[in-house]
Design a protein around this ligand. Structure first.
Ligand SMILES: *Cc1c(COP(=O)(O)O)cnc(C)c1O
Length: 463
């Protein structure tokens, strides 16, 4: 076999990639024709590809690279732990120092009585754990008929069977169906679905769909509700202010468990340690991954409150992963959390770089193709539309214009994703003011180019 390295010519790497590597959420044949972009190095918020382009990573990898690329302290933490104890499990009455230290740190950071940690290696796995946890909880309390989990359409909770079933992505559900006992209600997506209601009315109405679903199913059959504080992969959908307080009221009224999926919002993304703090809710369980290690190593966690832990700890919970609390991953995550604390990165998102980006982001709203520019902390979205007043979708298939805009961003060495016809960003917390200016300049240039292309193709037309 050829020796494959960063010195291998790009076209050859692309051919080798196409021959043997199956990509997530990708049409393999289409990618093979075009050739994947090969990322070779990264530093801070900058990626370098095999052609020497310097690209601003406006998405923090996949919402995870919060402390920025190239942090030597995480490298050292991993190396030290690999030398000392590269692996041991936490089954069979054993434990190790990195798992102890990280669990204690998470209990300290998580507010209130969120004091107990079950480890996994990905957000999907942690949500599998949550599904097992809530059903085991009710079963142990003598209510095994409480099985149903209520989630939302267009939610993202991962890609394993449980994760994708909890999620509300129809394109995923269509490929193989979902597991039983999961019920989806509509999302608080005012821009696309709010009709003539004010955002406040709409937020309330969508929250009350939870109560309707509870009464339809029978509250005695419902185990839990799960939601992301701000839907990420669904298009950075920031719910109206009325939404979460009403959800909390309903969860309290019926006594079901509440899971906040903090895989994106956790560890500072919204300007608080957790997204639920920004939204003012009180979950029983939170899902953590991505920013827990800033993506340097795979690690995830379910943090549960005393109420849930008291019940689960009284039974043998027949669940766990070979890599639950993996020592190297735990050591790296712990160092990542130390860096976030020492550099006050959560405060930086809240009081400095967050407001700075928000002000720049808002300027994009005057672009002829942008209907609204919204942002919380360092996660923002643009709604593309041919008619700002009516919030009309484009006549072209959903995602056509978004994709064209994404391609322009690609050409301008900016990673800004599209979800349908929404453009989204979530840059690293360490992004500087000058880098924000550069990001916004590239975004505006890309929007301008896309606008010209969309008009030239006769696509700037409402459905
Ligand atoms: C990414 C994501 C997940 C899944 O995490 P993986 O590590 O990809 O399995 C779950 N929930 C949310 C909100 C996510 O954004």
């Amino acid at each position: 076999m050829t020796l494959i390295s960063t010195q291998t010519p790009t076209a050859e790497l692309q051919a080798l990639d196409a021959a043997h590597h199956m990509h997530p959420f990708t049409t393999g044949d289409a990618l093979a024709k075009r050739g994947a972009r090969v990322i070779t190095r990264a530093e801070g918020v900058w990626l370098t590809d095999s052609e020497g382009h310097r690209i601003i990573d406006g998405m923090s990898g996949l919402w995870c690279m919060n402390i920025g690329y190239g942090n030597q302290r995480l490298v050292d933490a991993a190396a030290k732990q690999m030398q000392e104890l590269p692996y041991y499990n936490t089954f069979f009455m054993t434990t190790h120092v990195p798992a102890i230290a990280l669990a204690n740190k998470l209990a300290e950071i998580a507010p209130g009585d969120l004091n107990h940690v079950f480890f996994a290696s990905s957000g999907s796995e942690a949500n599998d754990t949550n599904l097992r946890l809530v059903r085991a909880y009710w079963s142990a309390k003598g209510q095994p008929e409480r099985q149903v989990i209520i989630s939302r359409r267009n939610a993202y909770h991962g890609s394993t069977m449980a994760g994708m079933s909890l999620g509300g992505m129809s394109g995923m559900h269509e490929q193989g169906g979902i597991i039983p006992g999961i019920h989806h209600i509509d999302q608080p997506h005012w821009w696309a679905e709010g009709g003539d209601m004010t955002p406040e009315e709409f937020g309330l109405a969508r929250a009350q769909d939870l109560e309707k679903a509870l009464l339809e199913i029978g509250p005695e059959k419902v185990a839990a509700f799960i939601g992301e504080p701000i839907q990420g992969a669904g298009g950075v959908i920031i719910p109206p202010a009325t939404y979460w307080p009403e959800i909390q009221r309903i969860v309290d009224k019926y006594g079901i468990l509440f899971i906040s999926d903090e895989v994106i919002c956790g560890f500072g993304r919204t300007g608080n340690w957790f997204g639920f703090q920004t939204m003012g809710t009180r979950p029983d369980i939170i899902t953590c991954a991505k920013g827990l290690s800033s993506g340097y190593v795979p690690i995830a966690a379910s943090i549960v409150n005393d109420k849930v832990a008291d019940v689960i700890n009284a039974i043998e919970f027949n669940h766990g992963y070979t890599y639950s609390g993996h020592p190297v991953a735990a050591a790296v995550a712990l160092e990542n959390l130390r860096i976030i604390e020492e550099q006050n990165l959560v405060g930086r998102v809240k009081d400095d770089i967050g407001p700075y980006l928000a002000a720049q982001w808002a300027t994009l709203a005057d672009h002829p193709m942008v209907g609204e520019a919204k942002i919380v902390g360092l996660m923002g979205s643009l709604a593309l539309t041919p008619n700002k007043a009516t919030r009309a979708p484009f006549k072209a298939d959903a995602g056509t214009v978004g994709y064209m805009t994404r391609e322009c961003c690609f050409g301008n060495d900016l990673v800004m994703r599209h979800v349908g016809d929404r453009m989204i960003i979530a840059p690293p917390f360490v992004i500087s003011h000058a880098e924000v200016d550069e990001l916004i300049a590239r975004a505006r240039k890309s929007l301008d180019q896309a606008y010209e292309k969309v008009k030239a193709a006769g696509l700037f037309e409402a459905a």
